[in-house]
Design a protein around this ligand. Sequence first.
Ligand SMILES: C[S@@+](CC[C@H](N)C(=O)[O-])C[C@H]1O[C@@H](n2cnc3c(N)ncnc32)[C@H](O)[C@@H]1O
Length: 298
Amino acid sequence: MAKPVLKWAGGKRQILHKLRACISQDYDAYHEPFFGGGALFFDLEPGNGSINDINPRLMNFYSILQSEDWRDMVEEAKELEENHSEEFYYECRDEFNRLRNQRGQMRYDERVKEAALLLYLNRTCFNGLYRENQSGEFNVPIGSYSNPDIVHPDQLQEAHDALQGIDIMNKDYRYIGHEAEAEDLVYFDPPYQKGSGENFAEYFSDTFDVDDQIELLHLVLDLHEQGVEVAMSNSGAAERLYKKEDRYQEYIENEDLFVVPLEARRSINSDGENRTGADEIILTSVPEQKRKESLSSY
Ligand SMILES: C[S@@+](CC[C@H](N)C(=O)[O-])C[C@H]1O[C@@H](n2cnc3c(N)ncnc32)[C@H](O)[C@@H]1O
């Protein structure tokens, strides 16, 4: 079982057992259109399917890690690790941003360099965050690791192995509407903030807002209708939003789609009335008897 090699906001390592309990035992190909750190993918090692993220630097990293020459990238990252200092971190950040401006015309060795820099910056920056300014420059400051542990060759080898046979893409998630076929599994993990309130703007970012959430829901339902197995992580707030869609409500009422609440928090709503809302949910098309693992075993 491989592990994620990058720290990523919204990473799903903590809830892997719950995710496993929401998917079936057998599916043809596996697809993950909002890949990030890919916690579920590395856990499952599906061997067939596609992974995608809109972030080009991230997908360049995975495509170099997948390639035959991935060890060149590891060697470069080791060198960066050996030279780590505050001054060096900011030099690397500048170099990483300089390469970004050459996207589309990068030589292979520059792509390897960019991948090594991403690994180094990811392990040394503040909280392993990935954030860009308005001009698309990575702008996270250095973290407080005096002796960061950056390169784990065994872990990278396992991730390299897990990536074999997988299509690596850098598109908008909507590609999945054409890519997935009946009996495939698609796991969606869009950007969201945990929470269950009704002030939706709080939970969805400018880059993935309320309209994007609704559009995504309908794509998920379309795929389900075509016989594709679907699972999605989201906030409780998104589920509240979805409930306003008749099509969604019908699926839930007909027990053709299931909501698994993850974290429940008791709160008082504006009318002073108690309600229990889950901060985070998993939506799945897989009925309990077909799931890979039973939730009741946790
Ligand atoms: C919550 S993170 C995924 C975390 C991942 N499951 C993990 O375990 O690390 C969401 C990802 O979606 C990507 N993303 C945002 N908008 C997107 C879009 N329109 N199409 C594809 N990917 C997108 C972001 O770059 C981010 O990496």
